[in-house]
Structures are given as structure tokens and as C-alpha cells.
Design a protein around this ligand. Structure first.
Ligand code: HEM
Length: 170
């Protein structure tokens, strides 16, 4: 894997994204594996509960399963997904010559900000599913909403590099 973005002129210009640790390839691979694994859990759990558990369980069991998973895991998932995603973002900007704030004002940065907002929405719904009986009573609908928002974030994430979303302003 090559370090992404930038050229020699930018790389020698100094700035936030010039640190050497941003070029450590094994660290980039580890954070990417962690990020994708947690994304799989984030989308896979609502899928399995919605399409495997619920068809075979009564309402009380469904509420228990939903409450059990969504009481602790949303926060752990949010923290790991956010930190691995932020590291991915720093790695992606390595050698770009961007400032830290400037890196969020690019098409790539705005897309990542949208992903961060989606994660907040996902977490609000997840925590509500763990705590609120009205949400648990409508679990199949909310699990579908969670899956859909997660899928949108997954599509945005996969598009970042493959879709050629720019790391520079113009
Ligand atoms: C909301 C739930 C999220 C899901 C389901 C998700 C999923 C994904 C997936 C599937 C990829 C593509 C991995 C690849 O191409 O190998 C990705 C990449 C990425 N994600 Fe996320 N992500 C989420 C949240 C976040 C958050 C909160 C951030 C930032 C803090 C973030 C930052 C990134 C970045 C920068 C990449 C590009 C990595 C690269 O190609 O170098 N993601 N994400």
C-alpha cells in the first residue's frame, strides 16, 4: 500500500499531515481492519435481529434481545468506529499539505463529516432502542432504519477513495 495523496513539493512544505507515523503502513491496515469489522457489527446486528431473531421470537423475547445488545454496545461501537475512522482520515491526508481544519473543508472531509453525523444519529436510535419501551415495541422498524443509515455510511466510506473524492479544495 502506498501512502496516499500529495507530492514531493507538498510533502516538504511542513504542516499538520507531515508526521512520519502517518506513513506507518501496518498501522493503517490495523485501523482499517478494526473500522470495517466494527462497521460489519453495526450493520450486521440489526440485520440478524430483524431477519433471524424476530421471526422466531415473541414480543417479550425480542424486547429482551434488543435491550441486551443495545444497552452497552452502541457506545463501544461509536468510540471504536469514530477513533478508527478519524485515524483513517488522518492517514488519508498524509502528505496532502492540508491544515487540520482545512482537511475537513474538502469534498473528502465533508463526506467524513457526514459519516460522523450519521454515526450520531445511529447512536441516538441505538441508545433509545436499549432504554425506551416504545422503541423496543417498534423494534423491526427501528432496526431497519439503523441498517439503512449504516448502509449509507458504508457506501460513503467505500466511495471515499474508489470514487475519487478529492482530498484538496480544488
Ligand atoms: C457510521 C458508520 C460507519 C460505517 C458503516 C463506516 C464504514 C466504512 C467502510 C466500509 C469503509 C471502506 C473501507 C475500505 O474501503 O476499505 C470506510 C472508510 C472510511 N471511513 Fe468509515 N464508517 C463509518 C463511520 C465513520 C466515521 C465516524 C469516520 C470518521 C471519524 C469514518 C471515516 C472513514 C474514512 C476516512 C474512510 C476511508 C479510509 C480509506 O479508504 O483510507 N467512518 N468506512
Amino acid at each position: 500500500m502506498r501512502s496516499k495523496g500529495g507530492n514531493m513539493t507538498q510533502a516538504s512544505s511542513g504542516g499538520f499531515y507531515e508526521s512520519n507515523w502517518l506513513k506507518i503502513q501496518w498501522l493503517q491496515i490495523v485501523t482499517q481492519v478494526v473500522h470495517v469489522f466494527v462497521a460489519v457489527v453495526l450493520i450486521g446486528v440489526p440485520f440478524v435481529v430483524r431477519y433471524v431473531v424476530i421471526p422466531h421470537a415473541d414480543d417479550a423475547t425480542t424486547a429482551e434481545v434488543v435491550k441486551g445488545f443495545y444497552s452497552v454496545w452502541p457506545l463501544i461501537i461509536a468510540i471504536v468506529l469514530f477513533s478508527s475512522g478519524l485515524l483513517n482520515f488522518l492517514f488519508a491526508n498524509s502528505g496532502s499539505g492540508n491544515s487540520f481544519i482545512g482537511s475537513f473543508l474538502t469534498p473528502f472531509g465533508v463526506t467524513v463529516l457526514v459519516k460522523m453525523s450519521l454515526l450520531v444519529v445511529i447512536n441516538v436510535i441505538s441508545i433509545s432502542l436499549g432504554m425506551n419501551e416504545n422503541f423496543q415495541a417498534d423494534a423491526d422498524m427501528w432496526l431497519l432504519v439503523l441498517m439503512t443509515i449504516g448502509l449509507v455510511a458504508l457506501i460513503l466510506g467505500s466511495t471515499l477513495h474508489r470514487g475519487g473524492i478529492r482530498l484538496s479544495k480544488s
